[in-house]
Design a protein around this ligand. Structure first.
Ligand SMILES: Nc1ncnc2c1ncn2[C@@H]1O[C@H](COP(=O)(O)OP(=O)(O)O)[C@@H](O)[C@H]1O
Ligand code: SF4
Ligand SMILES: [Mg+2]
Length: 336
């Protein structure tokens, strides 16, 4: 199995007047080819920052201050004065031009709000032409449009709508257009940041199903970011749970849903509405996630954890292999 992406000890910080918020704190991950990793956790825990760091698109005042990210590619990538590289490319050493060459082509990102990413003055077809010509200036307009129609059709949009403008589409259709624009260059890695959050549940289910089909069709490796664990049950192969910028549990989806190890994962899962048991009371997690500029010592979850022990208040738990086969950062496990 090929590791498409390897993240090692990544640290991303936002320096604000209130202090430094470490939104991604020493995160390490590997992503196997043609698998979907679900990235979950409450709002503000660092999911988008991690996703954007992979593209070197962390917004100001955020900065990647440590770690490495390697992308494994089988394409030829222009690299350091005419040298063409294949294999593991260190993303954080790439300059702007090199990043531009791999964005879309190797790694694509679907943002949460399609209206802010689509230009209202351009037809959908024109968006597709621009993206394809930016990566390959030889591609003819007609060929680019033909490809756009193919991609739109694979997403359930009639080919003739290629001439329509973004405002002529419903929210769900616009999100499909965004997905189409992300995959038209056949990227190796697709990162989708809450791609269905603003949609109703039926459209959401359809789009998630289409994403799963595209993954097979295009041999995509995916990172699916969401605050909704229910979304991941059907779509992800593996799940990583984040809390205050740190990974607290990483496991296969089956393992995570059947036997979550970390108390935070357990609480998140109990908060997922179960459609088969509408009367089940939701066990919302008490308290709010801590303020990232004013963190507690020890385990970040201790003020909210029903199992907190003395050690939890002073010593940070390491991310270690758990009995269930995943990784967990909690003093309840992994201690010899
Ligand atoms: N533009 C910003 N300015 C200052 N701090 C930010 C900014 N964006 C994010 N942060 C900090 O990074 C944390 C993680 O944000 P984000 O990655 O957007 O989380 P998520 O996607 O999980 O909701 C926030 O809780 C906040 O402390
Ligand atoms: S380390 Fe302690 S406080 Fe943190 S989740 Fe585990 S038991 Fe709870
Ligand atoms: Mg986010």
């Amino acid at each position: 199995m090929v590791d498409v992406l390897r993240i090692e000890d990544l640290i991303v910080e936002y320096t604000t007047r209130r202090g430094v918020a470490r939104a991604v704190d020493r995160v390490s991950l590997t992503l196997d080819e043609n698998r979907t990793l679900g990235l979950a956790g409450e709002s503000g825990c660092g999911k988008s920052t991690l996703g954007r760091a992979i593209m070197q698109l962390v917004p100001y005042p955020g900065k990647i201050v440590g770690g490495n990210i390697y992308l494994n590619t089988d394409h030829d990538i222009p690299w350091k004065k005419g040298v063409i590289e294949k294999g593991d490319i260190p993303i954080l050493e790439m300059n702007k031009d090199q990043m531009r060459a791999i964005r879309g082509d190797e790694i694509a990102y679907i943002f949460q709000d399609p209206m802010t990413s689509l230009n209202p003055m351009l037809s959908v077809g024109k968006h597709f032409i621009q993206i394809q010509q930016a990566h390959d200036s030889d591609i003819e307009k007609d060929a680019a449009l033909e490809r756009a129609e193919e991609v739109l059709e694979s997403l359930g949009i009639l080919a003739e709508r290629v001439n329509d403008y973004p405002h002529q589409f419903s929210g769900g259709m616009r999100q499909r257009v965004m997905i189409g624009l992300a995959i038209v260059m056949k990227p190796r890695l697709l990162i989708s940041d809450e791609p269905t959050t603003s949609l109703d549940v039926i459209v959401e289910a359809q789009i998630l199903e289409e994403l799963a089909e595209l993954k097979e069709q295009f041999n995509l490796t995916m990172i699916l970011i969401t605050h909704n664990l229910g979304v991941l049950a059907q779509t992800a192969d593996d799940v990583a749970i984040m809390y205050t910028g740190r990974m607290v549990e990483i496991a296969s989806t089956e393992t995570l849903f059947e036997s979550p190890q970390h108390p935070y994962s357990q609480a998140l899962l109990q908060s997922v509405p179960d459609v088969t048991k509408p009367d089940k009371k939701l066990a919302w997690i008490p308290g709010a996630p801590p303020d990232l500029v004013d963190l507690v010592p020890g385990c970040m979850f201790h003020p909210r954890c029903p199992f907190a022990m003395d050690i939890c208040k002073v010593e940070e738990p390491e991310l270690l292999e758990s009995d269930s086969g995943g990784l967990v950062a909690c003093h309840l496990y992994g201690r010899k």
